[in-house]
Design a binder for this molecule. Structure first.
Ligand SMILES: CC(C)(COP(=O)(O)OP(=O)(O)OC[C@H]1O[C@@H](n2cnc3c(N)ncnc32)[C@H](O)[C@@H]1OP(=O)(O)O)[C@@H](O)C(=O)NCCC(=O)NCCS
Length: 168
């Protein structure tokens, strides 16, 4: 059985290992550890299968800069599932639980930079449809957005900025 719950202190080593194994490098694990220290709005969930932590998802603040004021939502990154547990629905449950939580708590939007084949199934669409761009040079269809509150989006367009830890 797959269970999704918030990250706890005792999950930290397992989360590092999941990110390292899923991505095959330590970059994403390092970013997560740096954000855990400094990012107050750090929102993360783990997936457990039979009591073992096998999947991870993180949401951190993203600011869309517009003329005048900006609008703050969330960015999904990174997400990872241990290779031997992939393609069993674990990643989907992590995304769905994270989005449900963010919508319920009033977050206006979520952006993701990722596989254009994977994220549209959850309702993500290319951010370029709203004239919202990534701060990095990435393929148009890989930078996606889910807008929960359209009313806050009138006149909003511009560059979506993640926490600086993602660029360092
Ligand atoms: C992406 C990831 C988190 C998905 O987790 P998961 O538990 O396998 O996901 P689910 O079982 O819910 O969904 C499986 C789907 O993901 C798709 N998928 C997995 N990896 C993919 C990839 N690299 N590119 C495109 N699609 C991918 C599969 O094709 C499958 O799609 P299907 O249902 O049409 O066959 C996992 O594959 C992973 O950890 N990958 C390595 C790290 C990574 O790339 N993270 C995402 C960064 S945006």
């Amino acid at each position: 059985m797959i269970t999704i719950r918030k990250e706890l202190f005792e999950d930290i080593d397992a989360i590092r290992q999941i990110n390292e194994e899923a991505f095959g490098q330590s970059l994403e694990a390092d970013i997560v550890d740096a954000l855990r220290v400094d990012c107050v709005e750090f929102l993360s969930f783990v997936a457990e299968v039979d009591g073992k932590v096998v999947g991870y998802i993180l949401f951190t603040p993203v600011l869309i800069e517009t003329d005048g004021e900006g609008i703050e939502g969330a960015g999904l990154a990174p997400m990872a599932v241990l290779p031997e547990y992939q393609r069993q629905g674990v990643g989907s449950m992590l995304v769905e639980e994270g989005l449900r939580f963010l919508q319920e708590t009033g977050c206006p939007f979520v952006v993701v930079l990722g596989h254009a084949h994977y994220y549209p199934r959850f309702g993500f669409e290319p951010a370029s449809r709203y004239d919202i761009r990534s701060e990095w040079a990435v393929p148009d269809d890989s930078f996606m957005i889910m807008i929960f509150d359209e009313s806050q989006f009138s006149g909003i367009s511009g560059v979506a900025r993640y926490r600086p830890e993602f660029s360092e």
